[in-house]
Design a protein around this ligand. Structure first.
Ligand SMILES: CC(C)(COP(=O)(O)OP(=O)(O)OC[C@H]1O[C@@H](n2cnc3c(N)ncnc32)[C@H](O)[C@@H]1OP(=O)(O)O)[C@@H](O)C(=O)NCCC(=O)NCCS
Length: 197
């Protein structure tokens, strides 16, 4: 009982102070090297961690996780700019559902006002080599650019060198590899243009 009260008080204190962010962006050398920047009014509704050594920029009014979005309680959001010079740039007013994994060896950009559904993975490299003798090497490294006001549905994977144009929608379940123009709906495995908006 007393412990519970203490816990509630402590969490209120944490939420109202900058400590909030320290709790939510833990085990990260980058945090202490000022490599993570976030502007005002960041709201976090699911456990969120930045785990890499690189740079993470988070814009104004972003929301990570959604309490009533499903799969909220046991999952987490992970933003990993893996190496010293890796960079993840998240624009203003970007909102994500639960269980997101952003993994950059080089560069991932998510444009302002974009919406990201649950169980979405974005990675800018292969993590393993293609040739049989290279499987334990990093493989090809590229980048991923997600435009402004893009809506990414649930259970989408976005692979290296993908670009999604402004206002486009990625239908649920898509595996995206390639460049797509603005104002289209893409979907399928591999993703193709389904229609224009
Ligand atoms: C893309 C989407 C928005 C539907 O848009 P829509 O304009 O109503 O599109 P339609 O249902 O008319 O479908 C257009 C075509 O795309 C196809 N299509 C729709 N969704 C698809 C998908 N996920 N994968 C593959 N093809 C799909 C349809 O079969 C149809 O094909 P056809 O023209 O050959 O019949 C919807 O399918 C979707 O994926 N929503 C995302 C939901 C979600 O994940 N929300 C996140 C909550 S956080």
């Amino acid at each position: 009982m007393v412990f519970n009260r203490f816990r509630i008080l402590l969490s209120t204190f944490i939420r109202r102070s900058n400590f909030f962010y320290l709790f939510l962006l833990p085990n990260c050398r980058a945090l202490f090297l000022n490599k993570i920047t976030f502007k005002k009014r960041l709201e976090i509704q699911q456990h969120t961690v930045c785990t890499g050594k690189g740079y993470v920029e988070i814009g104004y009014d972003c929301l990570f996780g959604y309490k009533i979005g499903g799969f909220n309680r046991r999952g987490s959001i992970e933003i990993q700019a893996r190496y010293d010079n890796s960079r993840i740039k998240i624009g203003d007013n970007v909102k994500t559902n639960n269980n997101i994994f952003l993994l950059a060896a080089n560069y991932i950009e998510i444009g302002d006002n974009s919406l990201i559904g649950q169980n979405v993975t974005v990675m800018d490299h292969e993590a393993h080599g293609i040739e049989p003798h290279n499987r334990n090497q990093l493989g090809e490294i590229g980048k991923v650019i997600i435009g402004l006001n893009v809506w990414i549905g649930n259970n989408v994977v976005i692979l290296k060198n993908s670009e999604i144009g402004d206002n486009s929608i990625v239908a649920t379940g898509a595996v995206v590899s390639g460049k797509f123009p603005p104002n289209v709906i893409i979907g399928g495995v591999p993703a193709k243009i389904l229609k224009s908006i």
